[in-house]
Write a protein that binds this ligand. Structure first.
Ligand code: NAP
Length: 483
């Protein structure tokens, strides 16, 4: 693949940074550079905010008909599909995920998101309110929040950009997108496709660079809303930094999803489900299953089958069609995952399989062997902290009555899973676990139509479905005296 040269997109123009600064993106499977990108500075952030404000004031987006907005978002979906192979390859090269995941999850979901929110453009309605004033008509309007900073992480860069851009635009906002510095490739390409679709200049702006770019956007008085997906630590910083003009803030943050395997579960299905639920994108998934509670009568069988399946997975570059598990995103992230594993071993957890960086011909990439721990206590860091890697601790339970409390003993609350054939168990756990999504006998994969977001330290607000319309609009009440 040729080296990519990425620029900023501001007010409909592709441009470098005035400082001439650039940063490099690396292929996590080889450690080789794959592209250079403009490093935006404060003046480019100002220009991008200015361009978005001008487009907002000129009503060049919110002022066109809802049907036209829908047509343009639909066109973006078509262009994503027309360029599906190219986008999938870019995502795999930049992020590391196996090509099948890039095709089947990242690219497919991106197209679907634009199509789904294209449908909403003509259905964002107000209501007539029965106020108790004589001769008075009251109705509501859902208006754009304004200029939205959309800040995304490196684990699913293309898909998560679409989770934000599509609903923000459906609601008539203008946006500035800031991808993670490790993985800008597909966001740059998506913005090119958005331009090609004919979305007016200034409506979608792109600034690439490091955390300083995100910080400048969050503190900017010209930004009305921040929609952020990333770590809980940065989410907290964003809440503090956005207080100046009381920005609207939505946060999709970390997770530590419990997965409960009941005594009656189909163990083979639970093993297969936890294998994929824990290891999709090498465990770099906010909703990944990261602590499994198994009925003590079934735990040996479960752990043995899980460890055997994990050890048999084929690690390799995502671009190789035979690969089942790709690399971690960066050497720094791999070192963090390994530190969690070392700490767990030090705390007395029993390493059943994995637990080290892959060597041999994979040594130059960021490959970590899938790891299972047994003999784990609830209070160990490996059970409490987000690892964001291919690491799964297995815990025993004796009394189903204790499960909800153990599952809820976390600051996070993004997702959870239950594996059972018993409807009563499934519904009871679904009600008792504090999480934004509970999956019964299935993988933690979102859908455009269903709400996505977390309780507690997993975030504020919900993306997807009609819920995203609430966070990308302001409600205005119009009072009209008719006397
Ligand atoms: P991160 O370090 O928090 O970074 C996320 C984005 O924020 C990046 O674009 C980053 O820029 C930017 N950023 C960093 N510091 C900032 C600041 N002070 N102000 C504004 N922006 C700032 O997260 P990550 O490591 O990329 O992603 C992994 C995390 O995302 C995990 O915790 C995972 O659980 C979470 N996640 C959650 C969801 C969900 O739906 N709940 C989905 C996916 C991922 P740089 O890249 O330049 O540092």
């Amino acid at each position: 693949m040729d080296q990519v040269k990425g620029r900023l997109f501001i007010g409909g123009q592709w441009t470098g940074a005035a400082s001439g600064k650039e940063f490099t993106s690396f292929d996590p499977a080889t450690g080789q550079p794959i592209g250079t990108f403009a490093e935006a500075g404060p003046s480019e952030v100002d220009s991008a905010v200015d361009a978005a404000r001008k487009a907002l004031s000129a009503r060049s987006w919110s002022g066109i008909t809802a049907a036209e907005r829908a047509r343009l978002l639909w066109r973006v979906a078509e262009l994503v599909e027309e360029h599906a192979d190219e986008l999938a390859e870019l995502e795999t090269r930049d992020q590391g995920q196996p090509l099948g995941v890039a095709q089947g999850v990242s690219v497919a979901t991106t197209a679907e998101h634009f199509r789904y929110y294209a449908g909403w453009c003509t259905k964002i309605e107000g209501v007539v309110t029965p106020v108790s004033f004589p001769d008075t008509l009251h109705y509501t309007r859902r208006e754009p929040v304004g200029v939205c900073a959309l800040i995304t992480p490196w684990n699913f860069p293309l898909m998560i950009a679409s989770w934000k851009i599509a609903p923000a635009l459906a609601c008539g906002n203008t946006v500035i997108v800031k991808p993670a510095e490790q993985t800008p490739l597909t966001t740059v390409r998506l913005v090119e496709l958005i331009e090609e679709a004919g979305i007016p200049a200034g409506v979608v702006n792109l600034v690439t660079g490091g955390p300083g770019v995100g910080k400048a956007l969050v503190a900017h008085s010209g930004v009305d809303k921040v929609s952020f997906t990333g770590s809980t630590a940065v989410g907290r910083e964003i809440v503090r930094a956005s207080a100046g003009n009381l920005k609207r803030v939505t946060l999709e943050l970390g997770g530590k999803a419990p997965s409960i395997v009941a005594a009656d579960a189909d163990i083979d299905a639970a093993v297969a489900g936890n294998l994929q639920g824990a290891l999709l994108n090498s465990g770099q998934v906010c909703a990944a299953y990261t602590r499994v509670y198994v009925d003590r009568h079934r735990i040996d069988e479960f752990t043995e089958k899980l460890a055997t399946a994990m050890a048999g997975l084929r690690l390799g570059p995502g671009i190789d069609p035979q690969t089942q598990l790709g690399p971690l995103v960066s050497p720094e992230h791999l070192a963090g995952v390994d530190a969690h594993v070392r700490a767990a071993v030090g705390a007395g957890a029993q390493l059943v399989t994995g637990g080290s960086k892959a060597d041999g011909e994979l040594a130059s990439g960021n490959f970590y062997r899938p790891t299972v721990f047994a003999g784990v206590d609830d209070d160990m860091a490996i059970v409490r902290d987000e690892v964001f890697g291919p690491v799964l601790p297995v815990l025993a339970y004796d009394d189903p009555e204790e499960l909800a409390d153990r599952a809820n003993a976390t600051d996070y609350g993004l997702a959870a899973a239950v594996w059972t054939k018993d409807l009563a168990t499934a519904h009871r756990m679904a009600a008792d676990i504090r999480a934004g999504a509970v999956f019964v006998n299935m993988l933690p994969i979102p859908d455009s139509a269903a709400p996505w977001g977390g309780f507690g330290a997993s975030g504020w607000g919900r993306e997807m479905g009609k819920y995203a319309l609430d966070v990308f609009t302001e409600v205005k009440g119009v009072w009209m005296h008719l006397g």
